[in-house]
Design a protein around this ligand. Structure first.
Ligand SMILES: *Cc1c(COP(=O)(O)O)cnc(C)c1O
Length: 367
C-alpha cells in the first residue's frame, strides 16, 4: 500500500505538469531506491556536496554546481552570494545588507509568482529590487542599461519560464548588458532542466533549476555556473542559508537522477512523449464537444501539451472543476482557449481514465 492510500488521501491524476501543490513529479524506482539507501547512512556532507558539484558539471557543462533546498531558496541564496561573495562577515550580517551592493535588477515582465512572488525571494536576502522596463509591454536592452546604471547593483536576475509576461527578453543580450557593467547575471529556470545547457550558453553566471521538476529527483535546488558564485552560494549555509539547506537524501537522489538522465536515450524519450501526446489528442478529438490540438512549448522545452477546445455553450472552467472534484481528482491547466494538459508523467491507464471522464462529463453537459 502506498502512503497516499495508507493515510486515506485524495487520489490524484496530475495533468498540470510539474505543479508543486500536487507533489511536482514522479521519481523513478532507481531514484527512490538510492534515496532509501542514503537515509540510514552518515556522510561527510561537504564531500557529498563536492561530489554533487562534479555530477552537475558532468551533466551540464557548467564549471561548478551546488544543491540547495529548492529554487525559491536558490534565488535568495544566489542574490546573497552576489552581495557577499565569500566574505564571512557579510554572510553573517545578512539580511542586513547595508554597505553592500544590494540592489537586484529584474525585468518587469519577469516578476513571476510560483506560490510566492519572486520579489519576496529576492527581498529575503536583504536586497531590494529595481524593475526594468514595463511588465505588460517590454524590457529593451536600453531599459536594462538604465536600470543597471544606478549605484549598488549586485546582479541582474532573469527568468526563463512560461510564467513571464510581455514581449520576450533576449536573455543573451541581457546577460551581455549586465557584464558590460561588471554585474553577474542569474537565470531562474526552475522548470527548464532539459534546457540547462542552452541557458548556460547565454553566458549567465548562475542558472537555477529545480531538481524535483523535470529531473524528477527529490526536492532540490540545483545551482550551476561560475565557481566563485557557486562557492559563495554554498557559504550561505553558515548564514541565511541554514534554513534552506539540502539533505543527504536529496543530494543522493539528485546524483541518481542525473545518472539516469545521462544514460537515457533522449531522442527516444522525446519521440515517446510526442507519440503519447499525439495519440491522446487523436482520441480526445473523437469525444463529442471537444476538439484537440497539440501545442509546442513556447519556451522550447522538448515537450508538447494537448489543448482541448470545448464546444460553444460549455464552460471550460466548469469542465476543469468537474474533473477535479471527481474521483480520482484530475488536475488540468485552463487558459482562455480551453483546457491544457501536460502528459509527461502519466501512464496509459491514467490517460484512459482522463478520456473516460471527459466523455462522461461532456455527455452530461451536452445532454
Ligand atoms: C517552480 C518555480 C520556482 C520555485 O521552485 P521551487 O523549487 O519549487 O522552490 C521558481 N521559479 C520558477 C519560474 C518556477 O517555475
Amino acid at each position: 500500500m502506498g502512503a497516499r492510500e495508507k493515510y486515506g488521501l485524495t487520489e490524484v491524476v496530475n495533468a498540470r505538469g510539474t505543479y508543486t501543490p500536487l507533489g511536482v513529479s514522479r521519481s523513478s524506482a532507481g531514484v527512490a531506491a538510492a534515496v532509501a539507501e542514503a537515509l540510514p547512512e552518515f556522510f561527510v556532507m561537504d564531500e557529498l556536496a563536492d561530489r554533487a558539484s562534479l555530477a552537475l558539471t558532468a551533466a551540464t557543462g557548467a564549471p561548478a554546481g551546488a544543491v540547495t533546498h529548492c529554487t525559491a531558496a536558490s534565488i535568495t541564496l544566489a542574490v546573497a552570494a552576489a552581495m557577499t561573495g565569500a566574505d564571512p562577515r557579510r554572510i553573517e550580517s545578512l539580511p542586513d545588507a547595508t554597505n553592500m551592493h544590494n540592489r537586484v535588477v529584474l525585468p518587469a515582465g519577469h516578476v513571476v509568482g510560483y506560490g510566492q512572488s519572486i520579489l519576496q525571494a529576492v527581498r529575503l536576502s536583504g536586497a531590494s529590487v529595481i524593475l526594468a522596463g514595463s511588465a505588460e509591454t517590454r524590457c529593451t536592452t536600453e531599459d536594462l542599461d538604465d536600470a543597471l546604471s544606478v549605484d549598488d547593483v549586485s546582479c541582474l536576475l532573469l527568468v526563463s519560464s512560461r510564467l513571464v509576461h510581455g514581449e520576450p527578453v533576449d536573455l543573451t543580450a541581457a546577460v551581455k548588458a549586465a557584464h558590460r557593467r561588471g554585474v553577474p547575471a542569474i537565470i531562474d529556470a526552475a522548470a527548464q532542466f532539459p534546457r540547462t545547457a542552452d541557458l548556460l550558453a547565454t553566458g549567465a553566471d548562475l542558472v537555477l533549476i529545480s531538481g524535483q521538476k523535470y529531473l524528477a529527483s527529490p526536492t532540490a535546488g540545483l545551482v550551476v555556473g561560475s565557481r566563485r558564485l557557486v562557492q559563495a552560494v554554498r557559504a550561505q549555509e553558515n548564514g541565511i542559508g541554514r534554513g534552506m539547506k539540502t539533505t543527504k537524501e536529496a543530494i543522493v537522489g539528485v546524483l541518481a537522477a542525473l545518472e539516469e538522465w545521462q544514460a537515457m536515450d533522449r531522442a527516444k524519450w522525446e519521440a515517446d512523449q510526442a507519440a503519447k501526446v499525439t495519440s491522446f489528442a487523436r482520441r480526445a478529438d473523437l469525444i463529442a464537444g471537444l476538439s484537440a490540438e497539440v501545442l509546442a512549448d513556447p519556451t522550447d522545452l522538448p515537450l508538447s501539451r494537448v489543448l482541448l477546445l470545448v464546444a460553444d455553450g460549455i464552460d471550460s472552467a466548469k469542465l476543469a472543476n468537474e474533473l477535479r472534484t471527481g474521483s480520482p481528482s484530475i488536475h488540468v491547466l485552463t487558459d482562455e482557449a480551453g483546457l491544457l494538459l501536460e502528459l509527461v508523467p502519466l501512464e496509459d491507464d491514467e490517460l484512459q481514465v482522463v478520456l473516460e471522464r471527459l466523455t462522461e462529463i461532456l455527455a452530461r453537459l451536452l445532454g
